[in-house]
Design a protein around this ligand. Structure first.
Ligand code: AMP
Length: 368
């Protein structure tokens, strides 16, 4: 029988848009639940325009073959409404872990992965001695709802810690020890309900101001074996169904600490769209539908540079990007706002030397 399916997605941003674009050639129809009338996914999938907790919208999603998501903070009411009616991949227990930084770190350690030292700060009393316990210097992060460096502050003294906690609204936070990392790297893993696994390749990531600027695929990177082993341990211990991405801090000796986990495709994996192999989006679609998986590492040297909303006079050189050989422009159809993720450019080349030269050129076309 011809492959076909209907996939529901919670959320309608750029990740849902790119999931739907990857689903189309597989004859997979996508419905997504999203209140924003300007949702980026609306151009390539059917929108159920309603709140994530809307009973009628959730009832439509429950008629799909499976439901997946593009953001981790799915309301518990939505998951409860879908439970038992349609497979949600990744499912509720995994999402409960990955949306709370302290629960996530505990679950990572239970799976055998190392994290930065941390202390959960839930009340004023938890502040005393906390900084000392994580090594005297750290980052205070809201336990939930933080992303792209938002909801976090660097602290070097007890006074700074107290100030930061007040500034963050005295909500539950995690104080993490500061990590002097050599590099930031990430890797995706997909798993079917029966246990079949597939992995992405290792990407090296550069953040500016807490936001991803650039990712480069590193074929044959020496830490990929370690990253895959950790990804396997987490996927199996957490009984992953679907796809998740691990972000790591590589320590100067080469050992990896897990910074955080996203239960979905990730910005650092966008380069898989043009690297010649299976994309991370196709991998999530297949894993969510319980279809056969393949590793989703690129086949060619490739990289990605993000396009954020620019300050005045800093607009990207669009013609230059369109003219650059090996560059693939991906825009999300979002209104311009400074700092907002509006798109990315994937770059691909036959060899690493050419990729490096093109990447230098591309960096010059996208000011930051
Ligand atoms: P996050 O949102 O937690 O991924 O943090 C955004 C970025 O801030 C990371 O990608 C790092 O570049 C930096 N960062 C976060 N936590 C730490 C830490 N504990 N030590 C050093 N840098 C950090």
């Amino acid at each position: 029988m011809t492959p076909q399916a209907t996939l529901g997605i919670l959320g309608g941003g750029q990740l849902a848009r790119m999931l739907a674009l990857a689903a189309a050639p597989l004859n997979v129809r996508v419905l997504f639940l999203e209140p924003d009338p300007q949702a980026p996914a609306r151009v390539c999938a059917e929108q159920l325009q309603a709140a994530y907790t809307d009973p009628a919208g959730l009832a439509r999603l429950a008629e799909c073959d499976a439901v997946t998501l593009e953001f981790e903070n799915v309301p518990v009411e939505a998951l409860a409404a879908l439970s038992g009616r349609v497979p949600v991949r990744p499912g509720g227990a995994l999402l409960e872990r990955s949306k709370h930084r302290a629960r996530e770190k505990e679950a990572l350690q239970a799976a055998g992965a190392q994290t930065a030292p941390f202390v959960l700060i839930e009340s004023e009393g938890d502040l005393s001695g906390a900084l000392e316990r994580v090594g005297g210097r750290g980052v205070l992060k809201t336990a939930e709802l933080g992303y792209d460096g938002k909801g976090q502050a660097r602290v070097r003294s007890d006074a700074e810690l107290q100030f930061a906690w007040n500034e963050l609204g005295q909500v539950p936070c995690v104080l993490e020890g500061w990590v002097e990392f050599a590099r930031e790297v990430s890797l995706g893993v997909a798993r079917r309900p029966g246990g079949e696994l597939a992995f992405s390749g290792l990407t090296e990531n550069l953040h500016v101001g807490g936001v991803l600027r650039r990712s480069v695929y590193r074929p044959g990177d020496p830490v990929q074996v370690q990253a895959r082993a950790l990804a396997r341990a987490v996927a199996e211990t957490w009984e992953l169904e679907g796809l998740l991405t691990l972000e790591f801090f590589e320590q100067p000796g080469g050992e990896l600490l897990v910074n955080e986990v996203a239960p979905r495709v990730h910005n650092s994996g966008h380069l898989t769209q043009n690297g010649g192999g299976v994309s991370q989006f196709e991998a999530q679609v297949r894993a969510a539908l319980d279809w056969p998986l393949h590793d989703f590492a690129p086949l060619l040297p490739c990289a990605m540079v993000n396009i954020l909303g620019w300050a005045s006079g800093q607009e990207p050189d669009w013609q230059g990007i369109l003219q650059l050989e090996g560059a693939h422009l991906h825009l999300y159809g979002k209104a311009h706002r400074p700092g907002r993720k509006l798109g990315h450019v994937n770059l691909v080349a036959q060899d690493e030397g050419t990729l490096r030269a093109r990447l230098d050129e591309l960096e010059g076309l996208i000011p930051y």
